[in-house]
Design a protein around this ligand. Structure first.
Ligand code: K1U
Ligand code: ZN
Length: 169
């Protein structure tokens, strides 16, 4: 297994639209294992392949308290979302240190395959619902800060660029 580098906002590669996974094979399972290791080591509850510069429709999530219930979603498709919406605090491993309230559908139903090729439908609420929607946005090239006002986005971009420059020194 290996730790993967996470792309940081405003890296333009975060805006790449991911392509469907063509084969669920050992190569893909190896990327899944690396993504899970990277997510746990970074204290994240989710990670989209886009964030590790792999532009395939692949997400890993674990919202369990014991961090022992990994969820692997390959080629996830949103089949239904509630009209009912809720606002919750979000963070992102690609935008370290930034948290803000984002409004999303309360409940979502998603169809996906797991790493063994098994298809499954997941109906999610609460943190799992938020996390699934956040990660599926990544696969479409969207970062959560892009829901915020242009003023906030500009400030976040400046802060990220400054901190990346400071780290390079
Ligand atoms: O996509 C990512 O960068 C992962 C992201 C997922 C996420 C967190 C909170 C709301 C929506 C989506 C993170 O895991 S950021 C880490 C973090 O701030 C966090 C960790 C545990 C619970 C809540 C937030
Ligand atoms: Zn994110």
């Amino acid at each position: 297994m290996a730790l993967l580098d996470i792309l940081c906002y405003p890296d333009p590669r975060l805006h790449t639209v991911a392509q469907p996974v063509q084969a669920i094979d050992d190569g893909l399972r190896s990327i899944v294992a690396d993504m899970l290791e990277t997510m746990y080591k970074s204290n994240g509850i989710g990670l989209a392949a886009t964030q590790v510069n792999v532009h395939q429709r692949l997400i890993v999530i674990d919202v369990s308290e014991e961090l022992n219930q990994p969820l692997v979603l390959i080629n996830p498709e949103l089949v239904w979302q509630s009209e009912d919406r809720v606002k919750g605090e979000e963070g992102c491993l690609s935008v370290p240190g930034i948290y803000d309230g984002i409004e999303r559908a309360r409940t979502v139903r998603v169809l996906a395959h797991d790493e063994h090729g098994q298809s499954r439908t997941i109906e999610a609420q609460g943190l799992l619902s938020v996390c699934i929607q956040h990660e599926m946005d990544h696969l479409m090239g969207k970062v959560f800060v892009e829901y915020l006002s242009p003023l906030k986005q500009g400030r976040i971009k400046t802060k990220m660029i400054k901190s990346q420059r400071a780290q390079q020194r």
